[in-house]
Design a protein around this ligand. Structure first.
Ligand code: FE
Length: 225
């Protein structure tokens, strides 16, 4: 629900505008990245790539055995009974020319604060479509590490992105080493995860009032480029 993301009357309901107003914290590559408005304007005008920076394609990762199709369409994965450190994640889907991709299907699934996946229902699972500016947002909780078929897994979010006309991107998102949740040592967990790809680490701010805000931009291959 949109209301869960907007924390004051001054917040613009558009996710891009809200992000810009809050100010995006420094992330690697942010300086070279067109801001949300510039990118969106270029896309809306059909003007092409603003700054001439080629995108670094988001790396793929194993889907794992616990994906489920036909999840509810929603941006809020925190259902009653889910307890954990809250995470508000926002970002965009870009093509390789850094043009925002509207209407991209994004599926998220993850384990809970105990390291358990819901395999009988759809807790902490959902799908959504990017806005006309290629934006998405997600309200969820930080997952916990767990022991899986590949060894101990650092906390991660699973995601699949399907751009109309493009190939399916399957990947996993990770948390910075200084993330504080569940008394776990994220630096150690990240270091021991055999599957981790640091290029897929969220940029986080917080915790503030027990909640983290995160950003991540996907760069995906589309049908044309
Ligand atoms: Fe997993």
């Amino acid at each position: 629900m949109r209301d869960d993301f907007d924390h004051g009357p001054d917040q613009d309901p558009d996710p891009d505008a809200a992000l810009d107003r809050r100010g995006r914290h420094a992330a690697d590559g942010d300086a070279a990245r067109p801001d949300g408005h510039g990118a969106a304007t270029a896309a809306e005008d059909g003007a092409g790539t603003p700054a001439g920076h080629g995108g670094q394609e988001t790396p793929t990762a194993a889907e794992g055995p616990l994906f489920k199709p036909e999840t509810p369409e929603r941006t809020d994965l925190i259902a009653p009974g889910v307890r954990g450190v809250e995470l508000e994640l926002a970002g965009h889907v870009y093509d390789l020319r850094r043009t925002p991709v509207p209407g991209a299907l994004i599926e998220f699934w993850q384990c809970d604060q105990n390291g358990d996946y819901d395999t009988s229902g759809f807790s902490l699972r959902g799908h959504q479509y990017t806005t006309h500016r290629g934006a998405f947002r997600l309200r969820t909780v930080i997952p916990r590490d767990y022991w899986g078929r590949w060894g101990r897994r650092a906390p991660h979010l699973h995601t699949r992105i399907h751009v109309p006309g493009g190939p399916l991107l399957v990947t996993q998102l990770y948390f910075p080493d200084d993330t504080q949740a569940y008394g776990r040592d994220f630096a150690a967990l990240n270091a021991m995860d055999p599957l981790i790809d640091r290029a897929c680490t969220l940029t986080l701010t917080g915790p503030l009032e027990g909640r983290y805000r995160g950003t991540f931009d996907f760069v995906v291959r589309t049908g044309g480029h």
